[in-house]
Design a protein around this ligand. Sequence first.
Ligand code: NDP
Length: 313
Amino acid sequence: MNEKQRCLIIGSGPAGYTAAIYAARANLAPVLYEGLQPGGQLTTTTDVENFPGYPEGITGPELMEDLKKQATRFGADIRYGMVTSVDFSAAPYKVTVDNEKTIETETVIVATGATAKYLGLPDETKYAGGGVSACATCDGFFYRNMKVAVVGGGDTAAEEAMYLSNIAEKVYLIIRKDYMRASQIMQDRVMNNPKIEVLFEHEIVGLTGDRVVQGADLVKRRGKEDEEKVHIEIDGFFLAIGHKPNSDIFKPYLETDEVGYIKTIPGTPKTAIPGVFAAGDVADPHYRQAVTAAGTGCQAAIEAERYLTEKGL
Ligand code: NDP
């Protein structure tokens, strides 16, 4: 017989773990599946300086380990495993893990987060594992005293460039517009860092190198009268151009926007399906912060508890 649960949480970032803390403390006996990247995106970040309660900052992996411990302390059942499909056509809902085990559950909290985007250049695949990365904290170590490039003009790109500047000899920050989208404090740090050279209005055309990345071909001011081809010598190429919400398996049942963010009833984590909630980055095109993800995880657990109580489940 299939396993039956009252509250199943999919994802182990700040939203998933916070939902687990609240659901466990409300006696829902939640089961949480961690997914491919236990701890979520924050495990690939360095210092988190903006999560309230840590005046000196905390590393992403430590923060996630603490959240996990807190959820476990109240009895949340945290499991390895990847949810591979769902059936939300009727309650109790069916959730299949690792293509083999199906669990029936009265409520589901989707907290699957988002994944780094790639430019879509064939060279990103060609040099995969040979100098192309979407995570400076994971791979920066390999570029000690070498030259690297980071693509993107948001906070992630600024953060990755700063991180890499502590390891590499030189960091190019390649930005397609003539301004950065990153917060002012991060822009100031990047601009004042002598190891970082910011290339505004540059686009990547391709990567060069024999088996591994040795350079990048860029175009400066594409389409303008003074358009110019530029070549830079680099050993590592880091993408930091945003993220794609991990919502594909839910699309047959849950409405998403054009990018893929799950739509919820405004101001709540409720989806159009009663008992199915979405929290964190998978449903948040606007803020995408650890603390906002944690906040919506809390809301989802409270809503799950109310739903179960109303239904007498
Ligand atoms: P953003 O969406 O903020 O920025 C993406 C950047 O990549 C933009 O500069 C964008 O350029 C550029 N870009 C997108 N597609 C392409 C492309 N095809 N070619 C070239 N450049 C491209 O994503 P982030 O991941 O930086 O940040 C996401 C959210 O997380 C933000 O709200 C951010 O503030 C937050 N964040 C906060 C941190 C912190 O506070 N410590 C750390 C990291 C993230 P364009 O501007 O031209 O669209």
